[in-house]
Design a protein around this ligand. Structure first.
Ligand code: 5AD
Ligand code: SF4
Length: 363
């Protein structure tokens, strides 16, 4: 007799009930079957290469006030920064020198013209100093279609905009309900990114207060329905200087959030075989050395933090965010070693575009 997990894994398409069952699997032997299937699919469809994206968190100024995030505008304890262009160039040069295929520029959300121009300059400079050798992802929040088009024309070709949760109800439990925090606007922004031609990524936080397994199953179905190219999902981690910290008694243990995140990655890989899935920093910070585990559960992208160390401590989205110098030779050496240990290799010099993007262009 096959177990329920094994039965579900034989199916071509998962129903919502199947997804809920897989996400609820806490038995280690059963969960391992799920990871194994996801890893085999990953190897078959996207290969055994891991793509590196050098992350540059270039500014922690943010106009928003999300209840979960340490760099929300309401947090007055934080020192705000905007990394000077010369320093950003150094991080980009480091990525190039170390054969990274891509960089990601991430910041808090602003939509003033100074910010729009700053990002535009960063894009143009990066294209110029790397001779177009490096792929560029942006993660700078909701913007108008015009701004997204401008940045696309200046060289960004991927964009990450997490929906945070696909449940409108839950969205307004973790964000204020007002003009600048609007669920429909965020959805519209994601659709605009796809329309413009970006390789488009989204994601959610896992283990939020009030979040149910059903919500998470809906999140996975949401990714599939909007036909997304890339996903970055990580555990929610409480931060003392945020309103959501008061609800920390509702949270699962960190270990449970970690395991649930691995199951989310694995089920998603089976559902969307050729997309890029990131092993996120939040995952790494609740469980050291978890990157390897995420890779053997279906992830294929890692984002070493190349933000100059003196700024990293102010990009404190959640508790215990690592302040490691991931842009050091020692770090990269040990990263490569641990990736090789599981039989994977780093896709040096490769942009590592999601295959899914090209497949959906053909449709
Ligand atoms: N825990 C985990 N992830 C968080 N983010 C923001 N705050 C937290 C937190 N407390 C994530 C959000 C956002 C990304 C930049 O960081 O998903 O989109
Ligand atoms: Fe700003 Fe993003 Fe944090 Fe919200 S999650 S407060 S938009 S940085």
């Amino acid at each position: 007799m096959k177990t329920e997990v094994a039965q579900i894994l034989l199916k071509e398409n998962f129903s919502k009930k199947d997804i809920i069952n897989l996400l609820s699997t806490t038995d280690t032997t059963e969960a391992n079957k799920l990871y194994e299937k996801a890893y085999n699919i990953k190897k078959k469809y996207v290969g055994n290469k891991v793509y590196l994206r050098g992350l540059v968190e270039f500014s922690n100024l943010c106009k928003k006030n999300c209840y979960y995030c340490g760099i929300r505008s309401g947090n007055k304890k934080l020192h705000r920064y905007n990394i000077p262009d010369a320093q950003i160039k150094k991080s980009v040069a480091y990525a190039l020198k170390n054969n990274f295929g891509s960089v990601i520029f991430q910041s808090g959300e602003r939509d003033d013209s100074l910010f729009i121009e700053q990002v535009n300059n960063i894009l143009k400079t990066t294209k110029r100093i790397t001779n177009n050798k490096i792929g560029i992802t942006l993660s700078c929040g909701e913007q108008t279609k015009k701004t997204y088009e401008k940045w696309y024309d200046s060289g960004a070709h991927r964009y990450l905009l997490r929906i945070e949760t696909s449940s409108k109800d839950l969205y307004y439990k973790i964000h204020p309900e007002n003009n600048i925090h609007n669920f429909e606007t965020r959805l519209k922004a994601l659709k605009n990114l796809k329309k413009i031609g970006y390789q488009t990524g989204t994601g959610v936080m896992i283990g939020l207060p009030y979040q149910t397994i059903e919500n998470l199953a809906d999140d996975l179905l949401f990714f599939k329905n909007i036909d997304i190219d890339m996903v970055g999902m990580g555990p929610y981690i409480e931060h003392p200087d945020t309103p959501l910290y008061n609800l920390r008694h509702l949270l699962m243990s960190k270990k449970e959030r970690f395991n649930l995140t691995l199951r989310m990655i694995a089920v998603l890989r089976i559902m969307m075989k050729d997309i890029n899935i990131a092993s996120t920093t939040a995952l790494q910070s609740i469980m050291p050395d978890s990157r390897k585990k995420a890779l053997i559960s279906g992830a294929n992208v890692i984002m070493p933090d190349l933000t100059p160390v003196k700024y990293i401590k102010d990009y404190f989205l959640y508790e215990n965010k690592p302040c490691l110098d991931e842009g050091s030779d020692e770090y990269l050496y040990s990263l490569e070693k641990s990736i090789n240990q599981i039989g994977e290799i780093i896709g040096y010099k490769k942009w590592g575009d999601p295959k899914h993007y090209f497949e959906r262009q053909k449709k």
